[in-house]
Design a protein around this ligand. Structure first.
Ligand code: GLU
Length: 422
């Protein structure tokens, strides 16, 4: 076993590889290509020294992993979180490859991260950390090479600092080097809530498929960040009753349905406990996952639904807003229970789909109306949903396996066509 492999050996990476291996086996994927796709194409580990406000220097670990670039520049977010490690970033990069391929985007997959608790830094420290991290990964990124975006713990402001750092180094403005930027510097309308909108679009298709509708649906959302908050809002606007939402410190619940607009207006960020906003009663994250509801949306971190709690999950539809929220053992339990699982690489692909629109607009220097973005997102994600559903019925596999197999097959074909260099 190589030392790189040891660094990668984490539960999240094992989950991504186990999913890949099952899908590759079912596809009968060429063994040589299988070996290439199990490991990342490139992985860069950097140290990120930051001058803190008290003048001391702290060093943080940073990563950028490009899993595959057969179809185009690699694409994927940057995560700022205290648990970030190489294995997690590599797993998330692999999922980005399948996600982009499944949606039909001309991208490979990548992910980056810094092992840091961003809420503990001042704004100035966060800016210095972002800029130094960007400078360290500079040789890897670029609008035709690898295009970062927001993920857990990062946002449009962080993307603006990344774009500025890259542009300063180049000597001219390069908006297409990142997506999820502010509108003022070439960001796209509709990017901010794109993941939540996509989750809602596919959940609606799943409801229709099961003969249900959004008006009668009840919803529970784990996570109240960029994905969870907008998912709760958009589902609420679509007529669903949102029973519960949560963040890392627990959540709020109301059997009558939460007043989401009021909750949003009172909730500042992850620092304020949701149950201090005066909307609904306290609920723990464990209890939220076990609520009886039509749609459960895990929209926080990976490995939340495991063999320990899967039997107690009581939703009709599981729409995975997060990446990797369900372990393989849990998957089997959910399947036995007849829960309709919309897998992460399909359910949360709205974010990267609108990132693609943003990049196209930046490269063409021609910007679209918000309605055009919503319509095109809807078109791409619902088509991907129906293709995946048909594939799963034809091959008699779960929706997760169907999504993985479709994405992996596209990448496999690209590798076969391109051949092995030299
Ligand atoms: N971080 C998001 C994801 O996991 C978005 C990636 C992107 O837009 O490149 O899909």
């Amino acid at each position: 076993m190589t030392s790189l492999y040891q660094e990668l050996e984490t539960p999240t990476f094992r989950l991504a590889v186990a999913q890949f291996e099952e899908a590759a086996e079912r596809l009968g994927l060429d063994g040589n290509i299988r070996g290439r796709l199990t490991l990342p194409q490139r992985a860069l580990i950097v140290s990120v020294p930051v001058r803190m406000d008290d003048k001391s220097v702290k060093v943080f670990m940073g990563y950028r992993v490009q899993h595959d670039t057969a179809l185009g520049p690699s694409k994927g977010g940057v995560r700022f979180h205290p648990d970030v490690n190489l294995g997690e970033v590599a797993a998330l990069a692999m999922w980005m490859t399948w996600k982009c391929a499944l949606a039909g985007l001309p991208y490979g997959g990548a992910k980056g991260g810094v092992r840091v608790a961003p809420e503990k830094l001042s704004r100035a420290e966060l800016q210095r950390l972002t800029r130094r991290y960007t400078a360290e990964i500079l040789p890897l990124i670029g609008p035709e090479k690898d295009i970062p975006a927001p993920d857990v713990g990062t946002n449009a402001q962080v993307m603006a600092w990344m774009m500025d750092t890259y542009s300063q180094e180049m000597g001219y403005a390069v908006p297409g080097v990142v997506t999820g930027k502010p509108l003022a510097i070439g960001g796209s309308l509709g990017r901010e809530d794109a993941t939540g909108r996509g989750v809602t679009d596919v959940a609606l298709e799943a409801l229709r498929h099961l003969g249900l509708n959004m008006a009668g649906a009840t919803v529970a959302v784990q996570g109240f960040g960029n994905v969870g908050m907008h998912t709760a809002r958009i589902m609420h606007e679509a007529g669903a009753k949102v029973l519960a939402v949560s963040n890392t410190k627990g959540g709020v619940h109301s059997a009558r349905g939460l007043d989401i607009p009021t909750l949003r207006s009172r909730y500042q960020s992850n620092v304020r406990p949701l149950h201090e906003c005066g909307v609904g009663e306290f609920i723990s994250n464990d209890d939220l996952l076990q609520l009886e509801c039509t749609i459960l949306v895990p929209a926080a971190l990976s490995e939340q639904i495991t063999e320990k709690n899967a039997a107690k999950v009581r939703c009709r539809i599981l729409a995975e807003g997060a990446n990797g929220p369900t372990t393989m053992a849990a998957d089997r339990i959910l399947e036995e229970k007849g829960i309709f699982v919309i897998p992460d690489i399909l359910a949360n692909s709205g974010g990267v789909i609108v990132s693609y629109f943003e990049w196209v607009q930046d490269v063409q220097k021609y910007f679209w109306k918000e309605q055009d973005i919503r319509d095109r997102l809807h078109e791409i994600i619902t088509a991907a949903f129906h293709r995946t559903l048909e594939f799963s019925q034809a091959k008699k596999v779960s929706l997760r396996m169907a999504a993985l197999m479709s994405g992996i097959d596209k990448i496999g074909q690209a590798h076969l066509a391109r051949g092995l260099y030299p």
